[in-house]
Design a protein around this ligand. Structure first.
Ligand code: NAD
Length: 210
């Protein structure tokens, strides 16, 4: 996928991995809506990236992925600011099984909300482009068990099942939906790993169109 001129919305974009997604997308010529709960970090990122890549390439949207109306507003703001939307990265996530209901609401329900919004708002009749790419940040914990964080592990397993199933169901509107797994060490060693993996996937997409 040629990222030049594309518009991306990323949740949890003020965090470590969201920042790396943003940096790489901007480097490749895309525009990015940084969506996050953390206003201070999000606005600072916009300043930092404006210095690095020029003004007008990023916006910050205060967005709690557990709050459907606010999440929808972030989509609308992004589409108004950049004239469309091509990529949604459902990345916001927390790791704390003590607050398990919030964890499920952010990690799983947040991903489902983001995907349903993408399905609705990236349709051709909504903004003229038709389709796009939805990426989920899952985890290696979506592929294995872990006794120390069973609920976190369950949310990441669920993301993969949801993504596989949803890709088949709504492929007419979202062409590629992909679970992504990474581990911290690999990420720390290779800042751009995520996007490189994603880019490779995008060049050779799994055909899910019906
Ligand atoms: N870092 C890792 O080792 C690792 C490994 C596997 C998977 N992941 C996944 O990658 C994703 C990003 O992780 P990270 O390491 O960058 O975490 P991080 O804590 O650095 O960033 C997470 C961001 O999400 C934001 N956030 C939290 N709750 C939110 C909500 N309700 N709505 C919107 N934003 C919210 C936070 O403000 C923060 O900026 C998560 O889904 C995580 O599960 C991370």
């Amino acid at each position: 996928m040629d990222l030049k001129g594309k518009v991306a919305l990323i949740t949890g974009a003020a965090g470590a991995i969201g920042r790396a997604y943003t940096d790489e997308l901007l480097r490749c010529g895309a525009k990015v809506a940084i969506c996050d709960l953390d206003i201070e970090k999000g606005e600072k990122l916009v300043d930092d990236f404006s210095l690095k890549y020029g003004k007008g390439k990023t916006i910050f949207c205060q967005c709690d992925v557990t709050d459907y109306p606010q999440f929808e507003e972030s989509f609308q703001t992004t589409i108004s600011a950049f004239g469309g939307l091509d990529i949604v990265i459902n990345n916001a996530g927390i790791f704390n099984d003590r607050f398990w209901e919030l964890e499920v609401d952010v990690n799983l329900n947040g991903v489902i909300r983001g995907t349903l919004l993408a399905q609705r708002l990236m349709r051709k009749e909504r903004h003229g482009k038709g389709g796009g790419v939805v990426v989920m940040t899952a985890s290696t914990l979506g592929l294995m068990s872990t006794p120390c964080a069973p609920i976190h592990c369950a949310t990441k397993h669920a993301i993969i099942g949801f993504t596989r199933s949803f890709a088949e169901a709504i492929a007419a509107f979202v062409r590629i939906v992909f679970p992504l797994a990474l581990c911290y060490n690999a990420f720390a060693r290779h800042q751009n790993l995520l996007i490189k993996i994603n880019h490779r996937i995008s060049i050779n997409p799994i055909k899910v169109n019906k």
